[in-house]
Write a protein that binds this ligand. Structure first.
Ligand SMILES: [Zn+2]
Length: 317
């Protein structure tokens, strides 16, 4: 198999002479969209990309003219020299890994992925692959999240404590994925939050695909986009940011590390289960993660970063 991988317009791959793009900014050739977050979706469509129906509907909320070929998780799509299957990535509603098989080899592009179980999307499916193109957002040694169930409990006990003291609560998260996860945690504990309009639009898509989310207008708990939280300075309010980045970054307010990504140890666990022959690290701590995978797991690993976007890493297996 002849494979070349590069980074620039998303992740580019030449597979037996065919051009394939993962999460490109300009969707051309054969393109695959892993999920609906802004940094993974195209701003220009030349040829229609492939994505799940959930991803399609979520992207259309902010980009009504978006077009795509719809793919079901677990169903094969056949091309001349290879087949493609979308596998759940556990990151958010509709998020998928893209698994490519040729006659004698396989490639897995993870997109963003989460090893721990979510309340609002399917659990990740792990498949063996020869070449792994791996998300590296939190791939720095030592970045490890606390137990997820404990973070959820801590959030609820903090909310209940502040409500008892008479405060209004503002919880901040990304409007797609994290906000719905926050609503689901609150609902599980019989709290119905108020939500902002942008979050409501995306939450309605979640509900359309069977995720039960309840909210109400008159609530003392609000779920808002993460970027507005630190600017709320009212004496009557208590604010909390929910993001894995709270471990590394000061948001200027209280925060809890509720993440839709995998931490460093979970990424290594994932790689061990995929059993790849080569790994390419993209998005985030690419160099550090590639180094750690080589050192700890003895698997040849390479960072793909924008600095290298003009170079092609080439190999044959
Ligand atoms: Zn994402």
């Amino acid at each position: 198999m002849d494979v070349k991988i590069s980074y620039g317009n998303g992740i580019g791959m030449k597979l037996n002479g065919e051009t394939i793009l993962f999460d490109p900014k300009v969707s051309d050739f054969i393109s695959f969209i892993s999920h609906a977050h802004f940094d993974h979706t195209p701003y220009e469509i030349i040829t229609k990309p492939y994505c799940t129906e959930e991803t399609f509907e979520l992207i259309k909320v902010r980009k009504p003219e978006f077009e795509a070929n719809l793919v079901k998780i677990g169903k094969h799509i056949n091309f001349d020299n290879f087949s493609v299957e979308f596998l759940s990535s556990g990151h958010m509603l509709g998020s998928a890994q893209i698994f490519i098989e040729t006659k004698n080899s396989s490639i897995l592009y993870t997109g963003d992925f989460k090893m721990s179980e979510s309340l609002t999307c399917e659990k990740i499916e792990i498949r063996n692959a020869d070449i792994l193109i791996l998300e590296s957002t939190f791939g720095f040694p030592g970045i490890n999240f606390p137990n997820l169930e404990n973070v959820r409990k801590e959030l609820i006990s903090w909310v209940e404590e502040q409500l008892k003291k008479g405060y209004l609560i503002n919880l901040g998260g990304y409007p797609i994925g994290k906000a719905q996860e926050i609503i689901a945690i609150l609902n599980k504990n019989k709290i119905l939050p108020r939500i902002s309009l942008s979050i409501k639009k995306y939450s309605e898509i979640y509900k359309k695909f069977g995720i039960k989310l309840k909210f109400e207008e008159n609530s003392n708990v609000s779920v808002k986009p993460i970027n507005v939280i630190s600017s709320i300075k009212s004496k009557n309010c208590k604010n909390c940011v929910l993001s894995g980045w709270t471990l590394l970054k000061d948001f200027g307010t209280f925060g809890l590390p509720l993440s839709d990504h995998s931490d460093f140890n979970q990424i290594l666990d994932f790689v061990q289960q995929v059993k790849p022959k080569k790994v390419y690290c993209v998005h985030g701590y690419t160099k550090e993660l590639a180094y750690a995978i080589e050192k700890k797991l003895k698997i040849p690993s390479y960072p793909l970063s924008r600095i290298q976007q003009k170079s092609l890493l080439e190999f044959k297996i």
